[in-house]
Write a protein that binds this ligand. Sequence first.
Ligand code: GLN
Length: 554
Amino acid sequence: MPTESERDYDPSLGRKFIFVTGGVMSGLGKGITAASTGRLLANAGFDVTAVKIDPYLNVDAGTMNPFEHGEVYVLKDGGEVDLDLGNYERFLGLDMTSDHNITTGKVYQDVIENERAGEYLGKTVQIIPHVTDDIKRRVREAAVGSDVCIVEVGGTVGDIEGMPYLEALRQFAIEQDDEDVLFAHVTLVPYSKNGEQKTKPTQHSVKELRSIGLRPDIVVGRCSDHLEQETREKIALFCDVPQAAVFSNPDVEDIYRVPLELEEEGLDEFVLDSLGLRAEALSPAESNTEWRDRVTRAATETVTVAVVGKYGLEDAYISVHEALKHGGLELGVDVEREWVHAETLADGCDGQLAEIDAVVVPGGFGSRGTEGKIRAIQQAREQGVPFLGLCLGFQMAVVEYARNVLGLTGAHSAELDESTPHPVIDILPEQEGLDDMGGTMRLGTHTTDISDGTLAHDLYGDDCEERHRHRYEVNPDYIPDLEAAGLVFSGQSGRRMELVELPAHPYFVGTQFHPEFRSRPTRASPPFVGLLDAALDTGATTTQGVSQTAGGGN
Ligand code: GLN
């Protein structure tokens, strides 16, 4: 098999590439910086896509614990991926596919399969060129059809796992024209005890990059404040970049303002010039301002929403958190999110939800905290508090109704209590007997048909296409009794119940799917908007007091 560099390279496979690496430490917001850069290029009229490289050995994020890694984000094709892909979809307004998440697991799986198939013609299979070729192929294929492809390398420069990727990018840059590739390095600029911005960590991480043959074209300094002039000069001098290529990315109250900050710094202009795209870019007067208008919208009221979950880590529910924000942006309200540990909810909720305008019970797996979630749902149902249940939250709403309205003592999901006398939630027939845990759930986009005259129909219209990730469903044997008792299943996908609601309640909606994965800042998800709207209508905000937020946004 010819190596990548021996093949004829078709330049139409994606025109320009921005490679984003990170220095000093992870968790700096490298993904947000990269996605924000993409947003600015999209505003200037370009088709932008992104690739996230995760140098771990897992094939995908599907089997990873959200407590350690944050949420597993689900793509339309069912790919279970790193939560950074969610940020790219939200910032770029795109629907990506699994091919946009490259993991070491995927790369090695391919290379080893090729080796077993004899495709390397007796050669010794090596990281260079076989692994690096596979990486380059994946990057090029993911970029097909885009003007600019942003490629973020997870982790930090110097990590052993990241080495083959950096080597692949080095080769990639040599194979392309100079103007087609830009390297951006996002690094930490900390303060010393006496309040001085320190550039030494940045110098070291750039030195590390250079030792593997990469030279950053841009350095973005993550710092609590803007970089001072002296700091910029030092970084330019020691990292061998022009001063105009050093940018600040200071802390902001809302991540959606990062593109505005970077624009202020002139990062977009620098990138357009470096990639030779200036002539094709829309002028500032013509460029798309939808993002700016949306995220700077002033809020006049505040809604407090309890998210009743199992993990204290906010990242574990990041898409729910963002979808609530998007709903707030659409309605022009501030959304205060209160993270309620389901396990701490006492019987009757003991006043713990008293200050709350709406309740969300998100998705999840395993029994921890489920009784608390059921209590929160009961409270919301009985007190007329707007409620939205997502996947497991939908299933627990059905369990709560079966127990407390139908009187089916011990009703539960078969996932959480194998010996329940009333498995109102049961395993999907096609899931029975599956041993493999990776990528085997009911995943990705499926169409739901929605019944006329329902609240769901008001939200969505005749149908909706939302993403799924589950193994269990409403047990068809219990549907007639649940419906006779007042529960309305307002959306179906084949035999599966996808939406539930309670007509007598101000807003009681459950979705078997995960609407949060398709929510965008400029296109909020209907069930979230409906929830916040109902929270405003029920007048709960007046008991909370109405806050005037000067800056708006969230
Ligand atoms: N554990 C439930 C199931 O597998 C719900 C999944 C979820 O909330 N994503 O059906």
